[in-house]
Design a protein around this ligand. Structure first.
Ligand SMILES: NC(=O)c1ccc[n+]([C@@H]2O[C@H](COP(=O)([O-])OP(=O)(O)OC[C@H]3O[C@@H](n4cnc5c(N)ncnc54)[C@H](O)[C@@H]3O)[C@@H](O)[C@H]2O)c1
Ligand SMILES: [Zn+2]
Ligand SMILES: [Zn+2]
Length: 345
């Protein structure tokens, strides 16, 4: 089969690989129907993810059809259409029992990072009984493409903010993850969602999709002042940082009101400073994290009931044969998300 791997020198390459085989009774082999590129894949290629192993098949965001199952899997059948969790998790260890699956003692973020991922025709998914979620009948592969990664991450970010009814939640970054966070913050009851991005096109998408009530471009206006105007001079009740830009960590705590929660979803390529003397007395709570993607079933049900939709994120459809072109488009941000498939001409 064809698969995309990355090398330590930052280059990617399409290679031929054996179709993966079942190695454990809890494995499944999934035939990839659609996959997508995540900004975290770019962080891997840049060498910013220390645990990522070079020459591994990239990709951790995908949906597909189950073609083979280990003997221990009882809740999924061959032929099922599934959303795949970007994390593999045993469901039984200390962290899994608490829902902290990103830190599963036997798994975590492995697909496309430490084991072969989804930019291929087939993938071996460990712990398939916890990591695969069957798609509801009325949910298509495209509808479900982002459930296991960026939609889960947006939901995770919004949940971290412990949103209350009257809250104004500021989201830094209106990229795919930020847009998902906006959608989820609204769904979880935020009164006001404030979208912040330097990219006017992306703010316009947030506006068009009615994902936020207010839109701020830091290149045009002072974000702190604007947020104060919108929040009775208090600051945002919760901040979800989905940009990972040069100054966006600093922005995240500056625009937060006293006692707010600042949720860091972005993955930084550089260390960030926490200037405690400057923020002393502000009494902030910081939460950080690789997504604990435990809500796939809930998110699929919301999609099935038409309560949320990520369909607008797909701006490009590209054949697996042209995946490197897809990476170029994604890197240049000439798109929101790319659905990579095995399209017929
Ligand atoms: N926590 C997780 O588990 C998880 C999961 C998926 C992705 N991520 C991370 O989330 C982040 C966002 O992903 P994405 O795909 O949406 O990325 P993206 O790069 O497409 O979006 C980031 C947005 O931030 C904006 N931005 C950059 N600098 C800014 C600034 N100074 N002020 C305001 N806006 C600014 C950009 O214009 C862009 O629209 C990435 O770092 C990614 O690795 C984390
Ligand atoms: Zn990802
Ligand atoms: Zn576990």
């Amino acid at each position: 089969m064809k698969a995309l791997i990355w090398h330590k020198n930052g280059k990617t390459e399409v290679v031929r690989k054996e179709i993966p085989k079942i190695q454990d009774s809890r494995d499944a082999i999934v035939k990839v129907k659609l996959s997508s590129i995540c900004t975290s894949d770019l962080h891997i290629i840049h060498g910013s993810v220390p645990r990522a192993i070079p020459e591994t098949v990239l990709g951790h965001e995908f949906v597909g059809e189950v073609v083979q199952l280990g003997d221990a899997i009882k809740n999924i059948k061959i032929g099922d259409r599934v959303a795949v969790n970007c994390e593999t998790f045993c469901g039984e260890c200390f962290f899994c029992k608490k829902g902290f699956i990103n830190n599963c003692e036997k798994g975590g973020w492995e697909l496309g990072c430490t084991i072969d991922g989804c930019h291929a025709e087939y993938v071996r998914v460990p712990f398939a009984d916890t990591g695969l979620t069957k798609l509801p009948k009325n949910v298509s592969y495209e509808n479900a493409l982002f459930v296991g990664d960026i939609l889960s991450s947006g939901y995770f970010g919004a949940k971290m903010c412990e949103i209350q009814e009257e809250d104004s939640i500021a989201i830094i970054g209106a990229g795919p993850v930020g847009l998902c966070a906006m959608m989820c913050a609204k769904y979880l009851g935020a009164k006001n969602v404030i979208a912040i991005d330097i990219n006017e096109n992306r703010l316009n998408i947030a506006k068009k999709e009615k994902l936020a009530n207010y839109f701020i471009n830091p290149n045009k206006t002072d974000v702190e002042t604007e947020i104060k105007k919108l929040t009775n001079n208090h600051g945002a009740d919760g901040v979800i940082e989905c940009a990972g830009g040069i100054n966006t960590f600093e922005m995240s705590w500056k625009i937060a009101r006293a006692n707010a929660i600042v949720a860091i979803v972005a993955m930084y390529e550089q260390n960030q400073t926490l200037p405690l003397p400057q923020m002393y007395g502000k009494n902030l709570t910081f939460k950080t994290g690789g997504v604990d993607a435990v809500h796939c079933k809930e998110l699929l049900d919301l999609i099935s009931q038409d309560k949320i939709s990520t369909d607008f994120l797909i701006t490009h459809r590209i054949h697996m044969d042209n995946i490197e072109q897809g990476y170029r488009i994604f890197k240049n941000k000439d798109c929101l998300k790319i659905a990579i498939g095995f399209y017929e001409d």
